[in-house]
Design a protein around this ligand. Structure first.
Ligand code: PBG
Ligand code: MG
Length: 335
């Protein structure tokens, strides 16, 4: 009774035969701990506004945001990323509203920290919600985004966030040298515990379109491009050089953005630096999944969870996603 020689000795399908052995060999899992929930905050009370290009996503006034944040914490989500919707009358060429201690972001941080202290708050350090032209920095006469002058404003903005109680500041602007300057300023001001989540490899991506609608910077930006500071989608090695600089300057965590089209970069960054590595599943990626789901073309729950799991498999330690609340709920239910 000899083995038929043409039969494989190794049958990978054995381990896939039953649910128990599939679970035993599963290498990566998604959990609520992996999720960071990006939210848009509005002026006023009792206000909620839908974002047309992101069905299911709402801009909320601080009081409603506090309720939402309470739910997020109950679902086990560790942190929220805050994005203010600046009223047009507070936008200017010099973006001074960015570091107003009574600004919307700063007030939202204080309200969230007092109502839901266990939920980590990540603030966005960048000037685009505050400039009248929608660029992430100050402009010279030719319209070029100035680096060092912008960094000085980012430092003031980051300090105002730390002062308000944000545990994590996340520079998303891609100016050179800003991590080092922010780190020095935080230390000098005694904010030695404030973590920096650096958007280290942020690409000049068309997938940010719906976000710019959500924060109301799309109209200001018009046809303007961010290619003189955000990275060229054709580049991979440059992402490693950018990340190395941010780590050397004092970043505690690094990020790649967008997500799904850039998972090769996530893998390379994680393998090269072994740092806490985050990925941003951006607004356009959310919109794609949502649109297909609304048309009945994709199983939303299955495709979203598969997408987020693939980000973990690529090496991400955490994911910023507009699907955070849904995903945390889905992960609680047993199929
Ligand atoms: N500093 C701006 C910023 N911070 C986060 C996003 C995009 C997030 C998303 O698309 O979900 C952007 C947009 C941009 O760079 O134009
Ligand atoms: Mg850089």
């Amino acid at each position: 009774m000899s083995e038929p020689a043409h039969y494989p000795l190794t049958r990978p399908r054995r381990m896939r035969r039953d649910d128990f052995s599939r679970r035993m060999m599963r290498e990566n899992r998604l959990a609520a701990d992996d999720l960071i929930y990006p939210v848009f905050v509005l002026e006023g009370r009792g206000r909620r506004e839908a974002v047309a290009s992101m069905p299911g996503v709402e801009r909320l006034s601080i009081d409603l945001l506090v309720e939402r944040a309470t739910e997020a914490a109950q679902l086990g989500i560790p942190a929220l990323a805050l994005f203010p919707v600046t009223p047009p009358e507070h936008k200017s060429l010099d973006a001074t509203e960015a570091y107003n201690p009574e600004g919307l972001a700063q007030r939202a941080v204080r309200a969230l920290k007092s109502a839901v202290p266990e939920l980590g708050i990540v603030t966005d350090v960048a000037l685009d919600p505050f400039t009248s032209h929608g660029q992430d920095g100050l402009l010279d006469d030719s319209g070029y985004v100035l680096n060092d002058e912008t960094v000085e404003v980012l430092v003031r903005q980051a300090l105002s966030h730390a002062e308000a109680g944000a545990e994590v500041v996340a520079p998303s602007d891609m100016m050179d040298g800003r991590i080092g300057r922010i780190r020095e300023a935080l230390e000098a001001a005694g904010h030695i515990h404030t973590r920096i989540l650096a958007y280290s490899a942020k690409y000049a991506s068309a997938f940010y379109g719906p976000f710019r609608d959500a924060v109301g910077s799309a109209a200001n930006l018009g046809k303007g491009s961010k290619s003189t500071y955000q990275m060229d989608p054709g580049n991979g090695d440059e992402a490693l050089r950018e990340t190395a600089l941010d780590i050397a300057e004092g970043a505690d965590m690094v990020m790649v953005k967008p997500g799904l089209p850039y998972l090769d970069i996530v893998r390379r960054v994680k393998e090269t630096f072994a740092m806490p590595t985050f990925v941003y599943h951006v607004s356009g990626e959310y919109a794609m999944l949502k649109a297909a789901a609304q048309n009945g073309w994709l199983d939303e729950r299955a495709c979203v969870l598969e997408t987020l799991l693939s980000m973990k498999r690529a090496g991400a330690d955490g994911i910023l996603t507009y699907y955070a609340m849904d995903a945390a709920r889905w992960l609680r239910e047993t199929r």
